[in-house]
Design a binder for this molecule. Structure first.
Ligand code: HEC
Length: 216
């Protein structure tokens, strides 16, 4: 904008401050205080234009243009939620929750599984079965005696113990962990428990149940 144009805007000759030679903005004065007609800094003006362009794009993108391709670029909250739900469903499909087959289940031996089992044990089971599996309210896991073994085949299997954890022994104070632990977590914690065999911790609880030489 040229000087002449600006002068016209302020109707006639601009008043100039004697001391600084700056122009006054005409029209108002309060208690002798007047406003100078300073030029806005360039960066500020450009930023202002950017906000205007942003507002137009935002309005058109989110609220005016209804075409599918534009909606994809500017999804509203509801659309974002749907998109995320679809993405999560896809992820779940690619990494399904590991399942266990009870019929063929064997104790796990990988250190990561045993560590996960130990973590569950130390969170839930230790309170009744003792920190080292030596038994407290619940039976000792470090000896060869089991209450819920299979007397017919003379073995105690992870399946036998799985059943105890799934149904619980309410009369004796152990609840069912069916809803708290996933099948894999139960398999892991039982694998950890079975790995305690023969560890001889101090103050073991006396044997309960029947002696089983074999773990199957
Ligand atoms: C509130 C106490 C309590 C908690 C907690 C508890 N149990 Fe038990 N558990 C018992 C009792 C008591 C028995 C013995 C039941 C009986 O005498 O019939 C038992 C028995 C068992 C048996 C059968 C042992 C055998 O000799 O056949 C297994 C396996 C077992 N618990 C696993 C677990 C696991 C795994 C956890 C943790 C997820 C757990 N328990 C948490 C009290 C508990």
């Amino acid at each position: 904008m040229s000087n002449i144009d600006e002068n016209k805007l302020h109707q006639g000759e601009p008043e100039i401050d004697e001391l600084t030679k700056d122009r006054y903005l005409g029209g108002h004065e309060y208690d002798g205080i007047r406003e100078l007609d300073n030029k806005l800094p360039r960066w500020w003006v450009y930023l202002f234009f950017v906000t205007i362009i942003f507002a137009v794009v935002y309005l058109l993108g989110y609220h005016v243009i209804k075409s599918e391709s534009v909606k994809k670029l500017f999804p509203l909250q509801e659309a974002e939620y749907t998109n995320d739900s679809i993405a999560i469903a896809k992820l779940r499909g690619a990494n399904p929750e590991p399942t266990v087959d009870l019929a063929t289940m064997v104790p796990l031996t990988a250190t990561t599984d045993l560590a996960a089992g130990e973590a569950t044990y130390k969170k839930i089971c230790f309170a009744c079965h003792g920190p080292q599996g030596q038994g407290l309210v619940g039976p000792n896991f470090t000896d060869q005696y089991w209450i819920y073994g299979d007397t017919l085949t003379k073995t105690v299997s992870i399946q036998n113990l799985y059943q105890v954890v799934i149904t619980g022994v309410i009369a004796k104070g152990m609840i069912s962990y069916k809803d708290q632990l996933s099948p894999v977590q139960i398999q892991q914690v039982l694998s950890f428990i079975l790995s305690l065999q023969g560890t001889n911790p101090p103050n073991p609880k006396p044997h309960q149940g029947v002696k089983y030489e074999k773990i199957g």
